[in-house]
Design a protein around this ligand. Sequence first.
Ligand code: ATP
Ligand code: MG
Length: 678
Amino acid sequence: MSGFSLFDLNPEQEQAVRTTEGPLLILAGAGTGKTRVITMRVAFLISQGVDPSHILAVTFTNKAADEMRERLAKMIEPSQAKKVTMSTFHALCVRILRQDIEKLGWKKNFSIYDEGDQMGLIKKIITRTAAKDEKLDPNVAKNLISKAKNNGWREVSPGDEKTLAGAVFARYQAELKTLNAVDFDDLLLLAVKVLSEHADVRDRWHRRFRYLMVDEFQDTNRLQLELVSMLAKPAEGTGGRPNVAVVGDDDQSIYGWRGAEVSNILEFEAHFPDPVVVKLEQNYRSTNAILNTANFLIKNNPRRRPKKLWSSAGDGDKVRIVGMSDDRQEAEFIANEIAQRSVTESAPHEEFAILFRMNAQSRLLETNLRQLNIPYRIIGGKSFFDRREVKDLLAYANCLVNTDDDVSLLRIINTPARGISSNTVEKATDFSAKQKCSVFDVLTNEAFRGTLTKRTVESLDRFVEMLDRFETKLNTPLSDHAAVLREMMKETGYLDELKRTCKTPQEALSRETNLMDLLKSFEDYQGRSSEGLRGFLDEMSLRQEREEDDDDARGTGVTLITLHAAKGLEYPHVYLIGLEEGLLPHDRSKLEGTVDEERRLLYVGITRARRTLALSWCRHRIRYGSPMPCTPSSFIKELPPEWIIHRDATQILQAPVSEAAAKSKFGALRAAVERAAG
Ligand code: ATP
Ligand code: MG
């Protein structure tokens, strides 16, 4: 048990770690060691003889769970660390549902629909349901459905079906069930439902997890709170107390737009009476310049619990506010500076992070970093999973484990072309809607086949036979699922057709590589898990949704990350870009009255930095394809003058390099970097 000692903690942190029984609330500011305390608490529990498999730690993202797992493995026996359940809410719900979803009328092999699948289904339903003069934006419908589900709406009440939105919602739910699929919001909704309606299920999970911990509790929504309560609370009348520890910071609540309720943490006592409350005030992450900048900003928010945060890390450099002429200059400036600083300050690229509000802001940065040969990784993009070939392969895989999954089936039914026309497909989907069965079932339905030509029937037979055969292979005991999938892609001629339809050899190579990468990661998965294809697909769905690592994001280099995804993380040097009115705070926030949440988002961004921080804003930014004039964010005026310094990139970039400076290490480097950048 080498790396684990309570001496590394301050007295309040130690108290939190040692308080193992009953409810515990740690409400503390950024960088005060909340996540560290949770990890240590797990190690401490195990050192006290608690069976690691009885411990559950819930984090907000997979990345956070991975990090906690790594930290824990350094503190205790790795074999013990492995037995602890560290997972996101969604992954936990998948586990619960895979065991007991049958009680709710789904089959065990249900598919998890991502946003793309969801949109496909919603569009189809709108087209079918809307009258000629009725219109409903599918995006709006999707958001309404998601909101309703997160508010715990379990069914549509009959009156609601009179509106188009209500009717679409009702049909959407019904169709998902026919397809034996659930969407992301259902994961939570259905897990809560199965636990609340089936005491035996609840009991089983309650006995399984004796100790619960939840990080970033300020961002939980109503359903997540319900889930925690049900898992933690002993059955009525048994007199036991829930062993539940939650940590969070009301100033970092940034998911209100997704239904998170900061009241969950502020009113923790109401849900779990008489908790031990621990306050942490020492920040171990940042310099005083950074910490005071953050504190000063967040004071502008009304309705918050005041905190006294201090740091013993020294004052550090002032926070720079850099004005740029436009977003091109912003990206160029930052890439150049990182190139310089990585040499002059001997700072590895991994120590730098660039934070932004919107994913699209990363493009120019990527271009500039590439030009200077600076390695980088993007967190928060999900481009890998948006690629055609990746979606196709996953659709094939989904069909093997759940033939009722129409969205996947329709994606591959004629890919590669196998003589099943779009006309036939349309007839099949209409037929399935009327019969309330899956499209796959229609394909073997005699009444349906009677309406088709002999050739089409033969094509369908070949397709069904192929799926059946591979399904049987997959379900043979001890079968190598990755090999089955590989063989299937070969036999269907998918790969050949993919290559044929690419415009350039490079494109073909890149698509083929993606497929091979996906198969490779499946093989890796089989090496560490016995859950097979179904488990792998779950993991893939959980990875691609929300703010997660991209495929090749595992490498090293400068981190490019959205503000939302950066929550909980820390970097020695941070650039936070796009501090303009309209972007941060976002235009929408003024209409919706959520400027406070925007301020918290900036607070989260600032508090990611350990040693240096630069905030930038542009006079022009390309938005919707053309340069738009911008003004600095109103938040800049809220920062403490004594801890910040204003700079102008144009002057810095254009300042002639004096001879003396050019001879210095820094000047020579800058000249070299500028030459390299062309
Ligand atoms: P956030 O609010 O951003 O999630 P947090 O409260 O979870 O922050 P941690 O990430 O746990 O904070 O800790 C911040 C940093 O401070 C980490 O690098 C951690 O290792 C360090 N740290 C925390 N407590 C101590 C301590 N007692 N001694 C030394 N370093 C510490
Ligand atoms: Mg944390």
